[in-house]
Structures are given as structure tokens and as C-alpha cells.
Design a protein around this ligand. Structure first.
Ligand SMILES: *[C@@H]1O[C@H](CO)[C@@H](O)[C@H](O)[C@H]1NC(C)=O
Ligand SMILES: *[C@@H]1O[C@H](CO)[C@@H](O)[C@H](O)[C@H]1NC(C)=O
Ligand SMILES: *[C@@H]1O[C@H](CO)[C@@H](O)[C@H](O)[C@H]1NC(C)=O
Ligand SMILES: [Zn+2]
Length: 469
């Protein structure tokens, strides 16, 4: 049927009114109604918590994750391992009898580190443990041998710009916080290249170290010479800083076989519990399936991906069916800047008015402390009440500022977002290093994370109204 222009205009008008209404505050009376509705979920919340923490689902997300990472290994974008991981999950989600299991094709960067090594050759020979940074160019076959200049900040680099010419810049910046310190990893190479350096070595962005380098993505600035860049250990950065402070000349040979291949085919992996009343309206629970090419990617972000899967399993086990659809998305290409999630947003933003809440767990699944939330005050008031349902496990806090690369696209467009806050005091010990293995995961903490994650997703998806935005 082809509606007349007149009806189309009318429909558009109605649509505009709806959009207008949905972006306004709800009445105080309505808000009180919703809060009362939330309080009515006490028993359901308790049954989810009991099942996840004490019942037959105890340790399931941990056991599933262990089997997955031990079988597949780490999963960098463009790798066969990541393709295997996606196939594995596609089958696992089907075996779990979830609905609408599917994959959505996306193109992702394909960078391969190849062989790499670094040797301090003056004042004495010492092997330096390195990990090339994602996206870095390689060195010539004979490597780069050059004198080192050690700086502790970009300011110092700029003050000593003349001295840096033709040298390898070693950044020995202190770890302040990930958010603040990571800029040395993300743009250290281009800053060094601008003052004529031939390579850059960056002290790993880590809060603690036992001589392990930590990798991560880095960005070359347009129009600036691309120089090879790798991270070194905290210990070696401090060693070279001490040597330099004594006026000792340091020379390093750096070899990196890194290559950037053409973009690779990959997939976001999706499964659902389809809503009973408003199936077109969606709560997303998510984590990313890709990882770095070191360790097992158990913490970043195996844990987040697997408690998100667990949320659907728990809801299904208990025979619950929310009014709205709960959609699991296992993102691909997160570590290169949320590449899979960005393409997902572009493909699905036409349905943004039906996106109720986007959730991502990508900061570890250690002992949970609460939930982080971004949204308007009225939505926050509702979320805060939902967190009170976690009273049986005494993890009831709601914090500000949901965090997650993959959900940021939706949040920036005004969709409420939530992320799991856990005890990250050791997260940056292991992050993006060989230390990110199953050994750092704990089944009891994962049970608690899964319980909170599931209660929030379920209750939001089952309320009569979408969260106000
Ligand atoms: C879950 O893990 C904990 C800690 O390792 C253990 O004590 C408990 O027996 C496990 N439960 C099951 C059902 O395997
Ligand atoms: C999702 O599953 C439901 C129920 O099985 C089905 O009705 C619906 O068509 C499916 N949606 C898609 C996009 O496949
Ligand atoms: C509940 O957790 C808070 C910290 O959020 C703590 O101060 C309090 O002692 C805990 N209460 C119980 C009963 O464990
Ligand atoms: Zn991550």
C-alpha cells in the first residue's frame, strides 16, 4: 500500500510530536509510578541473584570463558583466532538456544606485529622486552640503531626538541591514570616524529610491573612522518632514565617486523531474547570479542563478553521474558578504536528511538562495586532504584559516567548508557599484556558481576516505559 503524500506528511508530524515528547521530562507522578514498578521486581531480582551466585548457574560464565580462551587463545583484529572465536560463539549461542543468533559483517583493521626485538647496545648490552604498538610501521631489516633521549613528558620533549633529532625518544612518563597517561601511547610516536626522532619507545601504561610490556593502539597524525613505536617495560624505562640522568650515552637497536594489511572481513556477533510486548525496543548488553595478540584476552574483554552472554542465559533459565528485546552484541575490532561498534551504530542508528539502554562491560569483571550510568536525571533516578534491588549482595551503588568505547556512539547521540564498575585496582597490572589470562579471573566475582548485569538489563527491558531521555 502506498500512502498518499498527505498521510505521509501527517505521519511525519505525528512522528515529530512523538520524538518531541520522548525527549521531554515525564511528570513527577509518572516517575513515582515507575519507581513503584521497580520496587515490585524485588523477588525477580532475588531469583536472578540466587541462580547466578548460589544456584546451578554458579561459576558458569567463568567456566565458559575458561573453555573459550583456552581453546581459541587471544584474538587480535584480522587474525584467524578472531575468526575462530566468532564461529565458536555463533555456535555456542545457538547451542544455548538463544533467539536470532546472527553475525553482522564489518571491515576491521588488520595489523600484524611480526617479529620484534630491542637491544640496548650502549653503555652495555641488555635485552629490552618490547611490544610494538598497534598500527606501528616496522623498521628496516637491519633495525634502527640510534642514540636515546629520555623524556618524562611532552613538555620536556618540546623543550629539548633540538636534541631529539635523529634519536630514539624514550618516554618515561609516570603513571597517573589510564585516561591521562595513555596519551603517551596514543600520540607519542607522532610527537617524537615532529621533532625529528627516528623511533619512539614508550613506558608501558601500567600501574605495576614485573618487567612486562603492555601494548595498545596508537594513532599517527596525518601529514607527520610515521616512525616505528613500541612499548617498553616500566623497569627498562626507569633504568634508561637513571642512566641518562647520570650523563651516560645510551644506544638502542630496535627491530620491528610490523605490517599493516588491507582491512579484514569480520563480524559483530548478535543473539537475542525477543521482547514479549515491545520486541522492536531494545536493551543492549555487550562486551568485545577481539583482544590484543598477547595473553588470552580473558580480562579484556573476555569477562565482559561472557557476563553479557550469561545475562541472556540466566534470563532464559528462569523462564523470564521481558517486554523488550535484550540483545547481546559481541563487538569486533574494539581495540582499534571501536571499529565494529562504530559500523554497527551507522547500520542501526535509524532505530535509535527504540534503543532503550546500551550496556557494556569492558573494565574487568573483578569484584563489582556498582553500575556507572550516563543519562538524564529522571532516568538516573530509576536506575538508582534498580540498583537497590541488589541489596541481597549489597552492591547497590550507582555512579556517574558510563564508560565503554563500543557504546559511546549511542551515548553521544543521547541514548542512556550503563557500564559495570568493578575493583580495577589491579586491572592495569594485566591490561594488554601477556598477563591477561584466565589466572586473573575469579568465578565468585564473575557470578556477582553477572547477577548485577542481568538484573539491570532485565528490569530496564521489562518496565512498561522506556527510560526517559
Ligand atoms: C565455584 O567456584 C568456587 C571458587 O573457586 C568454588 O569454591 C565452588 O565450589 C565453585 N562452584 C561450583 C558449582 O563449581
Ligand atoms: C527474531 O526472533 C523472533 C522470534 O523467534 C522472530 O519472530 C523474528 O522474526 C526474529 N527477527 C529477526 C530479525 O530475525
Ligand atoms: C555493604 O557495602 C558497603 C560498601 O559499599 C559496606 O560499607 C557495608 O559494610 C556493607 N554491608 C554489609 C552488611 O556487608
Ligand atoms: Zn577492552
Amino acid at each position: 500500500m502506498k500512502p498518499s503524500v498527505r498521510t505521509s506528511v501527517l505521519m511525519l508530524y505525528v512522528l515529530l510530536i512523538c520524538v518531541e515528547i520522548s525527549s521531554q521530562n515525564i511528570s513527577p507522578r509518572k516517575l513515582e509510578q515507575i519507581k513503584a514498578e521497580v520496587a515490585g521486581y524485588k523477588d525477580i531480582a532475588k531469583s536472578i541473584i540466587n541462580h547466578a551466585v548460589y544456584g546451578s548457574a554458579q561459576n558458569r560464565s567463568y567456566e565458559r570463558l575458561a573453555l573459550f580462551v583456552d581453546t581459541i587463545g587471544n584474538r587480535i583484529s584480522g587474525s584467524d583466532n578472531l575468526q575462530n572465536a566468532i564461529k565458536y560463539m555463533y555456535k555456542a549461542l545457538q547451542d544455548d538456544k538463544l533467539q536470532n543468533v546472527s553475525v553482522e559483517a564489518v571491515k576491521i583493521p588488520h595489523w600484524e606485529r611480526g617479529k620484534e626485538s630491542a637491544m640496548m647496545v650502549q653503555p652495555r648490552r641488555k635485552n629490552l622486552a618490547i611490544l610494538g604498538l598497534g598500527g606501528s610501521v616496522g623498521t628496516p631489516a637491519e633495525g634502527i640503531t640510534a642514540e636515546v633521549i629520555v623524556v618524562s613528558s611532552f613538555d620536556e620533549l618540546h623543550r629539548r626538541a633540538e636534541e631529539a633529532k635523529g634519536k630514539i625518544v624514550v618516554y618515561n612518563q609516570p603513571f597517573v591514570s589510564y585516561g591521562e597517561t595513555v596519551q603517551y601511547r596514543s600520540r607519542g610516536a607522532s610527537e617524537a616524529a615532529k621533532v625529528g626522532a627516528v623511533a619512539s619507545l614508550i613506558r608501558s601504561i601500567a600501574s605495576f610491573s614485573i618487567n612486562s610490556p603492555h601494548t595498545g593502539w596508537q594513532y599517527y597524525e596525518n601529514g607527520v612522518q610515521k616512525i616505528p613505536t613500541a612499548c617498553i617495560t616500566v623497569e627498562d624505562a626507569e633504568l634508561m632514565a637513571r642512566l641518562a640522568s647520570r650523563g651516560v650515552k645510551i644506544v638502542v637497536n630496535l627491530y620491528m617486523g610490523a605490517v599493516q594489511h588491507p582491512d579484514a572481513d569480520s563480524f559483530n556477533t548478535v543473539a537475542e531474547i525477543v521482547g514479549s510486548k515491545y520486541p522492536e525496543q531494545v536493551v543492549i548488553v555487550s562486551g568485545h570479542l577481539d583482544s590484543w595478540d598477547v595473553g588470552q584476552g580473558a580480562m579484556d574483554d573476555g569477562g565482559g563478553a561472557f557476563i553479557s552472554w550469561e545475562a541472556l542465559s540466566l534470563i532464559k533459565d528462569l523462564g523470564l521474558r521481558p517486554k523488550r528485546t535484550i540483545r547481546l552484541v559481541l563487538w569486533t575490532g574494539e581495540e582499534q578504536g571501536g571499529v565494529g561498534a562504530s559500523q554497527y551504530y551507522d547500520m542501526h542508528k535509524k532505530d535509535i528511538s527504540n534503543m532503550d539502554l546500551v550496556m557494556e562491560a569492558d573494565s574487568g569483571t573483578f569484584m563489582p562495586l556498582g553500575m556507572q550510568f550516563s543519562g538524564r536525571p529522571q532516568a538516573r533516578a530509576i536506575m538508582s532504584d534498580i540498583m537497590q534491588l541488589m541489596e541481597p549482595i549489597n552492591i547497590t551503588k550507582l555512579y556517574d559516567n558510563a564508560d565503554g568505547t563500543d557504546i559511546s556512539f549511542w551515548m553521544e547521540a543521547g541514548v542512556p548508557g550503563a557500564s559495570l564498575l568493578d575493583d580495577i585496582s589491579k586491572y592495569f597490572w594485566f591490561h594488554h599484556s601477556e598477563g591477561d589470562t584466565m589466572t586473573v579471573q575469579n568465578p565468585i566475582w564473575m557470578n556477582l558481576c553477572a547477577a548485577i548485569w542481568t538484573v539491570v538489563a532485565y528490569v530496564v527491558a521489562d518496565l512498561e516505559e522506556m527510560l526517559p531521555r
